[in-house]
Design a protein around this ligand. Structure first.
Ligand SMILES: *[C@@H]1O[C@H](CO)[C@@H](O)[C@H](O)[C@H]1NC(C)=O
Ligand SMILES: *[C@@H]1O[C@H](CO)[C@@H](O)[C@H](O)[C@H]1NC(C)=O
Ligand SMILES: *[C@@H]1O[C@H](CO)[C@@H](O)[C@H](O)[C@H]1NC(C)=O
Ligand SMILES: *[C@@H]1O[C@H](CO)[C@@H](O)[C@H](O)[C@H]1NC(C)=O
Ligand SMILES: *[C@@H]1O[C@H](CO)[C@@H](O)[C@H](O)[C@H]1NC(C)=O
Ligand SMILES: *[C@@H]1O[C@H](CO)[C@@H](O)[C@H](O)[C@H]1NC(C)=O
Ligand SMILES: *[C@@H]1O[C@H](CO)[C@@H](O)[C@H](O)[C@H]1NC(C)=O
Ligand SMILES: *[C@@H]1O[C@H](CO)[C@@H](O)[C@H](O)[C@H]1NC(C)=O
Ligand SMILES: *[C@@H]1O[C@H](CO)[C@@H](O)[C@H](O)[C@H]1NC(C)=O
Ligand SMILES: *[C@@H]1O[C@H](CO)[C@@H](O)[C@H](O)[C@H]1NC(C)=O
Ligand SMILES: *[C@@H]1O[C@H](CO)[C@@H](O)[C@H](O)[C@H]1NC(C)=O
Ligand SMILES: *[C@@H]1O[C@H](CO)[C@@H](O)[C@H](O)[C@H]1NC(C)=O
Length: 556
């Protein structure tokens, strides 16, 4: 076990050709300032990030500003001053459709600042989901604490749903939602199927002299690096550039490091406490910042919970070395990383930055992309709201009203097998997107105000065995193929024969009486759901502006 442990470890050296990115390069970034009412804007405060409103990403909830006390506080960045809260429904979702689709790997970050927006002084608790998978519980404890949840995720669908689920009397809300594409090789893990994502536990920039965090533009990928101070350490720093590697920790992060004071026992220690079931991935970033004399050396071992993890590391001068493992660390409740100098090293160990992630597995597949696209199109054609948010097929308690799906097993994404839109006051014609629901077995559109011709494609849906169109105003004749299927018994087809002069049905009579009624499109505002975030062991930040302090829970 011990050998295996060491063998899978990887030391990544610097890439010689470090490409410097253009300052305002934000390719594929999605930066949502939830609840924003004013124009989209570039936040010149710290990040130069372009924030947009949540239009088009969510269709429920209410926009609000935080309490006026905080709105006028210039220490609070603009994107924290508005939020969207969800008084209706138990699940509410934002749907993101990133450019690289499901081939991509993304950093997804949600932030929550309560700011006493409702004047009740009762910060809520609620759950956060990504698609069908529980992500974290968000617990807000004070007005200006910013709860932050961040995950590195490879989706199984083109559509990434970030959902807020109500779990207590408190009302879920969200302040910002951000997505950043990452290179596929970054944070690679050998997690067997079902695939896993990396939930941020902490990410520290070892810098004793400042307490703000670093993000874009310093970090090309807009990771947040929280400055951390360990006891009995002194800071090393350099003004000189440091060669980067695939993990691309920012220059500013790599240019400082902590090393033990000479009065300590010479070890650098970082520890954390967790649930024994958690599986962790650790990333340590090093660069030698001092030009060592020929008779000097800095070599150290990395020990985790008393077991050597990496032996004899000598950080390269002004060049980034990252140590990580594609397999998770052995589980333990109390964990400690120690950097211990080797016997003949003349200098004590140093550490520039550290990242720790807990594995979240995504055993459930999301609905097949084509079916999702079709459902979103149908939703928009008929202006249906109901609880139509997040993944159409689930989880079970959140399945879209009127939708039935095939089973969710490991090998196949669920398909939509039944669509029942009877009595939904639908107007217009049969939505062409229905033809894209290739696994549809039952379609019930009865008792609406649909008209026009019955499209021939319905006869081409191979799996369709039940088709109910009664109580509408379709023109005749119906496609012959459809009638043939009905006659041969392969399709149960229910319809009104309007070419009949004699009206047999009540709905037919009704139609005749109310000739040209304009039916407003009204979708039942049923369960509307979305979710936002939870509070992990990660960090609470008080305010986000550079000069101000932040608070985080870590290092025991
Ligand atoms: C702001 O951004 C949203 C989301 O991308 C977009 O829908 C909206 O049109 C933008 N508004 C303006 C005024 O550009
Ligand atoms: C870290 O330390 C250096 C040097 O002490 C300082 O100039 C820099 O601004 C600090 N800030 C951060 C966030 O690392
Ligand atoms: C870091 O810790 C040292 C000693 O523990 C202390 O002197 C120093 O002020 C701390 N720096 C910050 C920014 O908290
Ligand atoms: C520790 O370092 C200080 C200055 O950096 C030095 O004066 C002192 O002698 C050192 N102590 C030991 C035990 O090396
Ligand atoms: C640890 O995690 C498991 C599974 O997620 C959970 O059932 C259990 O309650 C957790 N224990 C603690 C102490 O949080
Ligand atoms: C290293 O060499 C320098 C002179 O070049 C000397 O002053 C110093 O004491 C030596 N240090 C050690 C640890 O031998
Ligand atoms: C947890 O770590 C301690 C040392 O910190 C070690 O003694 C113990 O065996 C570890 N437990 C497991 C389950 O690995
Ligand atoms: C340190 O000691 C080991 C043997 O214990 C030796 O192989 C190595 O070359 C030494 N390194 C230095 C920098 O002296
Ligand atoms: C979905 O399937 C279940 C059982 O398979 C059935 O009871 C239910 O009526 C179906 N719902 C719809 C909307 O077709
Ligand atoms: C569709 O839903 C309606 C009412 O919700 C129900 O009466 C009807 O039987 C359903 N149709 C099918 C095919 O299950
Ligand atoms: C409609 O009714 C007429 C007369 O009853 C019948 O001839 C015709 O076949 C019916 N059409 C369909 C599509 O069932
Ligand atoms: C039914 O459709 C015909 C044209 O196809 C139209 O003249 C009539 O007004 C429609 N009836 C209702 C009730 O919508």
């Amino acid at each position: 076990m011990f050998n295996y442990f060491l063998l899978s470890l990887i030391l990544v050296f610097a890439l010689p050709q470090d490409v410097t990115k253009a300052q305002n390069d934000q390719p594929g970034f999605i930066s949502i300032d939830c609840g924003l009412q004013g124009p989209n804007y570039t936040d010149t405060d710290i990040s130069d990030m372009y924030y947009t409103s949540d239009t088009g990403f969510v269709d429920s909830g209410v926009s609000r500003s935080v309490s006026s006390v905080y709105v006028s506080d210039s220490d609070i960045t603009q994107q924290l001053k508005t939020l969207r809260y969800f008084p209706e429904g138990s699940r509410n979702c934002y749907t993101l459709r990133p450019v690289q689709g499901k081939e991509g790997r993304y950093l997804i970050r949600a932030r929550f600042m309560y700011g006493n927006y409702d004047g009740l002084n009762q910060p809520p608790t609620f759950d956060l989901y990504i698609g069908l998978q529980y992500w974290e519980t968000v617990t807000i404890t004070a007005d200006t604490l910013v709860a932050r949840r961040e995950i590195i995720h490879s989706p199984s669908s083109e559509y990434i749903n970030v959902c807020l689920v109500k779990t207590s009397p408190g009302i879920p809300f969200i302040t910002t939602l951000e997505l950043r594409p990452l290179p596929a090789e970054m944070y690679e893990t050998k997690v067997p199927v079902p695939r896993g994502s990396l939930n941020l536990f902490f990410r520290f920039n070892m810098n004793a002299s400042e307490d703000y965090y670093i993000r874009f533009n310093d970090d090309t990928y807009d990771r947040f690096w929280t400055a951390s101070n360990l006891t009995d350490t002194i800071q090393l720093s350099t003004e000189r550039p440091i060669v980067s590697n695939i993990f691309a920790p920012p220059q500013l992060v790599m240019s400082t490091a902590l090393t033990p004071t000479n009065t300590s026992d010479g070890r650098l220690r970082i520890s954390w406490v967790t649930n024994i079931t958690d599986k962790f991935f650790l990333y340590l970033h090093f660069a030698e910042l001092e030009l060592l004399a020929p008779n000097q050396s800095r070599t150290f071992d990395i020990i985790i919970n008393g077991i050597p993890w990496y032996r004899g590391l000598t950080p390269t001068y002004l060049s980034t070395n990252t140590i990580y493992d594609t397999e998770p660390l052995p589980s333990n409740t109390t964990n400690e990383v120690e950097l211990v100098k080797t016997a003949n090293s003349t200098l004590l160990p140093l550490l520039n930055a550290i990242e720790l992630y807990a594995l979240i597995e995504f055993p459930l597949q999301e609905t097949q992309d084509g079916d999702v696209a079709a459902m979103l199109s149908i939703k928009s054609t008929y202006n249906l709201i109901q609880n139509w948010q997040g993944d159409p097929c689930g989880p079970e308690s959140f399945q879209w009203i009127g939708v039935n799906c095939s089973a969710n097993d490991d090998s196949n994404a669920p398909r939509i097998t039944s669509l029942n839109l009877s009595s939904k006051k639908l107007v217009g014609s049969i939505a062409p997107a229905i033809f894209e629901l290739k696994a549809l077995r039952t379609l019930d559109l009865s008792n609406n105000n649909l008209g026009g011709t019955v499209p021939e494609f319905l006869a081409e849906l191979q799996s369709l065995t039940v088709l109910k169109l009664k109580g509408n105003n379709f023109s005749q004749p119906f496609p012959q193929q459809l009638l043939n299927k009905a006659n041969s018994g392969t399709l149960t087809f229910e319809y009104d024969n309007s070419s009949d002069d004699v009206c047999h049905s009540e709905s037919c009579n009704n139609k005749k009486k109310k000739k040209s009624i304009v039916v407003p499109i009204a979708a039942a505002v049923g369960g509307v759901l979305f979710i936002i975030c939870a509070s992990l062991l990660a960090f609470f930040i008080i305010r986000s502006r550079k000069p101000k302090g932040m608070q985080f829970q870590i290092l025991s």
